[in-house]
Design a protein around this ligand. Structure first.
Ligand code: HEM
Length: 435
C-alpha cells in the first residue's frame, strides 16, 4: 500500500540505487515544493572566492551579487573544498568553453551535493548524464517528441490547464502565483504527455511532495517513495507494452537506441529525466516572470496591451531569471582563465551568471522586455542544450498569456514574503499577488 492507501504493484525492476536516487533528486530540485520547508543552514562562508557553498541560504537569496563580484573582481574561477572540491566559473566565455568541451569535462554527475561524484553517477538518466559517443543516440531517441511540430498539439491542452487553475482563484483578488499556478502547469502537461491516468494525479503529486519536501530530511521516505515510483512506472510500462497508446511511454518503447529497443531501466531513466528536468525548471521560469510583472507595472502593461510582445518577453524572462546551473566532472587537467582544474573534482556551470555578463551582452544587468538580440544560455550550451526548450517556451508563453488576459492588473503584496528555492534550480516558491 502506498501513502494514499492505493495498492501498488510489486517492483518490476531491480534497482539498488533507490536511496541514492531519492537523495539525488531531492538535491537536484532544491529544498521546497509548494510550501517552504525550513532546512538547517550550512556552515558559514568566510570567503566566497575560496570557500563558496551553492547550497547556502545566502547564495539562494542572491547569487547575482556573488557572481558579479567574482566576474568583475578578478576571480573569474572560484574554488571550494566543500563537496569534495568544486570550481565555479562566472564569465560567459569560460562557461561556454566548458559546456562545449566534452574532452575534459564529463556529464556523468550533473548535480553537486555532499555525495562524492562517483556515488551520484551510479544512476543514469540519458541523455543528460551521457557523454560522447553514446550521448548522440540517447538524445536522438527523444528529440522527435519535443520538436516544434510535436509541441503544437499541446498548446490548446496547456491553455485549458491554465484556465482551469485560473478559475480557482481569479475571482478571489489574491493568490500565491507559485503554489496556486506556476507549479501545477508543467506537472499537469508532462503527466498528460506520459499518459498517466487522470485519477492517478493525486498519487503523483503525493510522491513529489514526499520526495521533495519530506525526503531531504528523511532518507527512508525518499527510498520508499522512489521504489513506489519505480514500481508504478514499471507496471505502467508493462501495460503500455501490451496495449500501446498515443503517449511518450509508447513512443520510447518503439524507439531504438544503438539499433536495439531500450530496456525497462533505460526507459524509466528517461521518464524520470523528463519529469524532473521539465517540472521545477519551467515552474521557476513561469514564477519569476509573474513575480517580475507583479513588481514592474510598465512591463505588465506592455504585455496586457500588446499580444505581439510575448515572444521577446519570454526570452528576456528566461535570460534575466535563468533557473538552471548544471555541473560537470573534470576528467583531465585543463586551464580555464588562468586556473588549473584538478581532475576528479567538479565544476558548476552557472548559466544565469553567463547571462548577466556585460562583457558578452550589452546592458546584461538590465531587464529589457523588448530586447531584440538575445543570445542567452538559459537552456545551456553545447551538445546537452535543453531538449525540452520548445515545450518550456510554449508553457511559459501560454501561462503568461492566459494570466494577463484574465488578470491584467496585479501586484506583489509584500517582497518579504517571497522565498527562493536553493540548489541548482532557482525559482521563487512563494509569490503573493493581489489584484
Ligand atoms: C524553463 C525551463 C527549462 C530550462 C531553463 C532548462 C534548462 C536546461 C539546461 C540548462 C540544460 C543543459 C544541461 C547540461 O548542460 O548539462 C537542459 C537539458 C535538458 N533538458 Fe531542459 N530546461 C527546461 C525545461 C525542460 C523541459 C520542459 C524538458 C522536457 C520535458 C527538459 C528536458 C531536458 C533534457 C532531456 C535535457 C538533456 C539534454 C541532453 O543532455 O542532450 N527541459 N535543460
Amino acid at each position: 500500500m502506498n501513502s494514499l492507501g492505493k495498492q501498488l504493484p510489486e517492483q518490476s525492476i531491480e534497482c539498488s540505487d533507490y536511496a541514492l536516487f531519492g537523495r539525488w533528486l531531492t538535491e537536484w530540485v532544491g529544498d521546497t515544493w509548494g510550501q517552504v520547508v525550513e532546512i538547517p543552514n550550512r556552515p558559514d562562508v568566510e570567503d566566497w572566492e575560496t570557500d563558496f557553498d551553492h547550497l547556502h541560504n545566502d547564495y539562494s537569496a542572491d547569487p547575482y551579487s556573488i557572481w558579479k563580484d567574482m566576474r568583475e573582481g578578478g576571480c573569474p574561477v572560484a574554488h571550494t573544498e566543500r563537496f569534495h572540491g568544486v570550481y565555479l566559473p562566472t564569465r560567459h566565455e569560460d562557461i561556454s568553453a566548458i559546456a562545449h568541451d566534452t574532452e575534459h569535462f564529463s556529464s556523468k554527475a550533473v548535480v553537486i551535493n555532499d555525495l562524492p561524484a562517483a556515488d551520484i553517477g551510479t544512476f543514469r538518466m540519458p541523455p543528460i548524464t551521457s557523454d560522447p559517443p553514446d550521448h548522440q543516440d540517447h538524445r536522438r531517441a527523444l528529440l522527435p517528441a519535443f520538436s516544434p511540430k510535436a509541441i503544437e498539439k499541446w498548446v490548446p491542452i496547456t491553455r485549458g490547464i491554465c484556465n482551469e487553475l485560473l478559475d480557482q482563484f481569479a475571482d478571489n483578488g489574491y493568490c500565491d502565483a507559485s503554489a496556486d499556478y506556476a507549479q501545477h502547469i508543467p506537472v499537469k502537461v508532462i503527466a498528460r504527455m506520459i499518459g498517466i491516468p487522470e485519477e492517478d494525479g493525486d498519487l503523483f503529486r503525493q510522491w513529489i511532495h514526499d520526495l521533495l519536501e519530506v525526503g531531504p530530511s528523511d532518507l527512508n521516505i525518499s527510498q520508499q517513495v522512489t521504489s513506489e515510483v519505480f514500481a508504478y512506472f514499471g507496471e505502467y510500462l508493462k501495460e503500455r507494452r501490451a496495449a500501446p497508446g498515443d503517449d511518450i511511454v509508447t513512443y520510447l518503447i518503439e524507439t531504438e537506441v544503438d539499433g536495439a529497443p531500450m530496456d525497462d531501466r533505460q526507459i524509466l531513466g528517461g521518464l524520470f529525466l523528463l519529469l524532473f528536468a521539465g517540472i521545477d525548471t519551467t515552474w521557476s521560469s513561469i514564477g519569476s516572470s509573474l513575480l517580475h510583472l507583479g513588481q514592474n507595472a510598465g512591463d505588465r502593461m506592455r504585455l496586457a496591451t500588446d499580444d505581439s510582445a510575448f515572444d521577446a518577453a519570454v526570452e528576456e524572462f528566461l535570460r534575466f531569471y535563468s533557473p538552471v546551473t548544471m555541473s560537470r566532472v573534470i576528467t583531465e587537467e585543463v586551464e580555464i582563465s588562468g586556473t588549473t582544474l584538478c581532475p576528479g573534482e567538479r565544476i558548476l556551470l552557472p548559466f544565469p551568471s553567463a547571462n548577466r555578463d556585460t562583457e558578452f551582452m550589452e546592458d546584461a544587468e538590465t531587464f529589457k522586455i523588448d530586447r531584440e538580440v538575445n543570445r542567452h544560455s538559459a537552456f545551456g550550451l553545447g551538445i546537452h542544450r535543453c531538449l525540452g526548450s520548445n515545450l518550456a517556451r510554449m508553457e511559459i508563453k501560454v501561462a503568461l498569456e492566459e494570466w494577463v488576459r484574465r488578470i491584467p492588473e496585479f501586484e506583489l503584496t509584500d517582497p518579504n514574503l517571497v522565498s527562493w528555492s536553493g540548489g541548482q534550480v532557482r525559482g521563487p516558491r512563494n509569490i503573493p499577488l493581489r489584484w
